[in-house]
Design a protein around this ligand. Structure first.
Ligand code: S3P
Length: 449
């Protein structure tokens, strides 16, 4: 963000100028990018990463790892090189760690710091400073770390780590990959075995990558479909060469846009389809969306394909709450798809959406209503009665409030493309946290015909 941008919101009106066609390639996966920087920073030797997402959230992680001793540089050809400090080797940062808008950076780094004998203060923007950190403070305190947090367990907070920390067995009270990863990362520099029991499976990038770097980690089935993850501490890490696949959470916006805008036929290349992430595409197919997988392959230990998406008339459905963790970030844009479907879409089990970058249930209800959709808010989801394929009316010359939430901004941009009058988004700056090239890719896809 340049200095002028950081002080002034950047509003923009989104409207369709034509179908989405041709081929685009979305940037690297955000979750995998964060983890490659963090784990690379713990390996002695050079880790090389290509396809890293260069969004603000990931850059916050890079800055924090540098502040704790890792050498991280970007080469002119786009490859990132990391020289790590070794497991247990993180150093006292000189100042506060600025996490910007990034919950993933904050919670995973709190885990890493918890088992080092150093003190770190975490600060963030207005959105991040409202988000609950108690969910990581609780298990990390059991491991021996000490916290001074702002009221409600929020940022700014100061963490005093401990070494050696105490290994724990922790059953996740919320389905959260961030909490799971925080405990596992704390377990890396902790003697003995740290166990996380996950009643509902969440994204497993941490487990895959920890193993890749050489950690001893097992996953076994527990009771009632739970996953029991055991990590042996005091691991020695071998540097890795990592290829980051495209982010399915970014591809989601283009997939929905192509389904909704008449005449669209778009190929989205290199989309990560890890089963713990890809449920949106299954739900859209169940609604009648034409999404074809081309050339399924393996990239960096993750399943990947190109997706061919064609304009389709969607039908509303009841979304099974069991799939929520595998598409937790995709509900805002699913709501947009539902707003143009034939019939009713019912979503439940979405309580976690209320503590994301914004309260995504309330914010999307207000935003879609402004655009002319028929929406009812419940405690844990939205009920949406779609237009049956007709475009939404669009905004009434009133901008949608995005509340520093990138996914609200991009979802409502997609709603604008599927509307008669367009939709104005009050601030597009937050898009740069996860998908800096969103707007330019949109131009590419809309001008390819
Ligand atoms: C993430 C986990 C999810 C997701 C976030 C990224 C991760 O959060 O919403 O965008 O990389 O581990 P929760 O684990 O809190 O659901």
């Amino acid at each position: 963000m340049n200095p002028a941008d950081s002080s002034s919101p950047r509003p923009r009106r989104f409207a369709a100028t034509g179908p989405l066609t041709g081929r685009i390639r979305v940037p690297g996966d955000k979750s995998i990018s964060h983890r490659s920087l963090m784990l690379g920073a713990l390996a002695v030797g050079e880790t090389r990463v290509t396809g890293l997402l260069e969004g603000e959230d990931v850059l916050s992680t890079a800055a924090a790892m540098r502040a704790m001793g890792a050498e991280i540089e970007r080469r002119d050809d786009g490859e990132w090189r990391i020289h790590g400090v070794g497991v247990g080797g993180l150093m006292q940062p000189a100042g506060a760690l600025d996490m910007g808008n990034s919950g993933t950076s904050t919670r995973l780094l709190m885990g890493l710091v918890a088992s080092h004998a150093l003190t770190a203060t975490f600060v963030g923007d207005a959105s991040l400073s409202k988000r609950p950190m108690g969910r990581v403070i609780e298990p990390l305190s059991r491991m021996g770390a000490a916290f001074t947090a702002s009221p409600g367990g929020r940022l700014p907070l100061t963490l005093r780590g401990i070494s050696p920390a105490v290994p724990i067995e922790y059953r996740l009270p919320v389905a959260s990959a961030q909490v799971k990863s925080a405990v596992l990362l704390a377990g890396l520099n902790t003697p003995g075995i740290t166990t996380v029991i996950e009643p509902v499976p969440t994204r497993d990038h941490s487990e895959r990558m920890l193993r890749g770097f050489g950690a001893e980690l097992t996953v076994e089935p527990g009771e009632d479909g739970a996953r029991v993850i055991r990590l042996t501490g005091e691991a020695e890490f071998r540097p890795q060469t990592i290829v980051v696949p495209g982010d399915p959470s970014s591809a989601a916006f283009f997939a929905v846009a192509a389904l909704l805008v008449p005449g669209s036929d778009l190929v989205i290349e290199n989309v990560g389809l890890n089963p713990t992430r890809a449920a949106l595409f299954d739900v859209l197919r169940a609604m009648g969306g034409s999404i074809e997988e081309l050339e399924r392959r393996d990239v960096g230990g993750e399943p990947v394909a190109d997706l061919r998406v064609r304009h389709s008339l969607l039908t509303g459905i009841d979304v099974d709450p069991a799939v929520v963790p595998s598409m937790v970030d995709e509900f805002p844009v699913l709501f947009v798809a539902a707003a143009l479907a034939r019939g009713r879409t019912v979503t439940t089990g979405l309580e976690e959406l209320r503590v994301k970058e914004s309260d995504r249930i309330a914010v999307m209800r207000a935003a879609l209503e402004l655009a002319g959709a028929s929406v009812t808010e419940t405690e844990d989801g939205l009920i949406i009665d779609g237009t049956g394929g007709e475009p939404l009316r669009g905004g009434n010359n009133q901008p949608v409030a995005t509340h520093l939430d990138h996914r609200i901004a991009m979802s409502m941009a997609v709603a604008g493309l599927a509307s008669a009058n367009g939709v104005e988004v009050d601030d597009t700056r937050p898009i740069a946290t996860s998908f800096p090239v969103f707007e330019s890719l949109l131009e590419t896809a809309m001008s390819a015909a």
